[in-house]
Design a protein around this ligand. Structure first.
Ligand code: FES
Ligand code: FES
Length: 365
């Protein structure tokens, strides 16, 4: 028997499995998730299609042990997924199912088509569906259903930050638009726009110094910088849970557009949680002494702590850290010394957020 840890439909799962057990059997027999259907068990019919780390995959030919540390979304976990909700309604309206045996796998593939190929025509849809067999419908209704969802337009939800109080030097405003770079639909996205009362070149020179930026991130420490490769750690405490994410990243600077991009991965050895993500910062001069900084973050958390990854509170929490970093960075550029924070206190940040929410709520009455 082998031990596996994975996220299944947003919940952390740890189990002992035989090495020969495939993922579909594991889900159906060990977890009771019978929405994943089995037809051929040879990777041909597509009935067992689900999402592994956000990508459609056949669970009858994926060993459960090979999915260790992965994120699995079976059809039950997609019940409230906005695209699946629309596809379900379209399948009903277009009579796209009869016995329904192929339907879970068909919906997962249809969702992938809708997200990946928003302009797909009928021929493309049929080609993309060729890995999912249906013995009842003749496919006409399925193709019509997918076309009708595509015709409505695709919209993948993006986190909208909440406005924070205006500070004397920096004001933070919500940014309603997405950046040009399209993040994975499986990641959590955060976008912040900040106005910094400093010239763009001064802010850019600060951003070009990774050690200075790291010193403004609560709990962060750079351990090595070689050319554009960075190594470091971030310590955080959430009540009794202490985490220490150690990881590596690559940073690049686009001098012409004043755009910095950092992508990397880290792992907390204690919980086995993995974090991968990307942050893009773009600076724009509003006038000679004012800079607009747009920070876009998208990240994926896998492992035991991933159950917290998509809650609205986490988006607020990460946004709060981004604002803290920007505020401290501006202070450092102005020459104001700030005390380094050895460990990020999640509880402290959450408490400040609760106080702010309460103030806002009371202010409305
Ligand atoms: S049961 Fe997996 S492809 Fe047929
Ligand atoms: S609806 Fe019966 S196999 Fe597709």
């Amino acid at each position: 028997m082998s031990r596996v840890t994975m996220m299944v439909n947003g919940a952390s799962v740890m189990a002992e499995v035989e090495p020969r057990t495939h993922l579909a059997d594991f889900l159906r027999e060990d977890r009771g998730l019978t929405g994943t259907h089995l037809g051929c068990e040879h990777g041909v019919c597509g009935a067992c299609t689900l999402l592994i780390d956000g990508a459609p995959a056949r669970s009858c030919i994926a060993y459960a042990v090979a999915c260790d540390d992965s994120e699995i979304q079976a059809i039950e976990g997609l019940e409230d997924d906005p695209t699946i909700v629309r596809l379900r309604a379209a399948f009903t309206a277009e009579h796209a199912l009869q016995c329904g045996y192929c339907t879970p796998g068909m919906l997962v593939t249809a969702r992938d088509i809708v997200h990946r190929l928003p302009n797909a025509d009928e021929a493309t849809i049929r080609l993309e569906l060729s890995g999912n067999l249906c013995r009842c419908t003749g496919y006409a209704g399925i193709v019509r259903a997918i076309r009708s969802v595509l015709a409505e337009g695709v919209s993948i939800p993006v986190a909208r930050p909440t406005a924070l109080p205006v500070l004397p030097a920096i004001s933070i405003v919500p940014e309603p638009t997405r950046t040009a770079a399209t993040p994975s639909p499986n990641s959590t996205q955060i976008l912040r726009t900040l106005r910094i009362d400093l010239p763009r070149n001064e802010v850019w020179n600060a951003v070009r110094d990774p050690a200075l930026v790291a010193s403004c991130v609560p709990g962060a420490r750079l351990t090595c910088v070689v050319a554009n490769r960075l190594s470091g750690e971030v310590r955080a405490a959430l009540g009794p849970i202490e985490t220490q994410f150690i990881g590596d990243g690559i940073i690049s600077f686009d001098e012409r557009n004043r755009r910095a991009e950092l992508s990397g991965e880290g792992r907390d050895a204690k919980t086995g949680t993995r974090l991968s993500g990307r942050a893009v910062l773009t600076l724009r001069g509003l006038d000679a002494n004012v800079t607009e900084a747009t920070l876009s973050i998208d990240y994926v958390l896998r492992g035991p702590l991933a159950q917290f990854a998509r809650a609205a509170v986490v988006r607020e929490f990460v946004a709060e850290i981004a604002d803290t970093v920007a505020r401290d960075l501006a202070a450092r550029v102005r020459g104001t010394s700030i005390a380094p924070v050895a460990r990020l206190s999640v509880g402290g940040l959450l408490w400040r957020m609760v106080v702010r929410w309460l103030r806002a709520a009371l202010g409305r009455h």
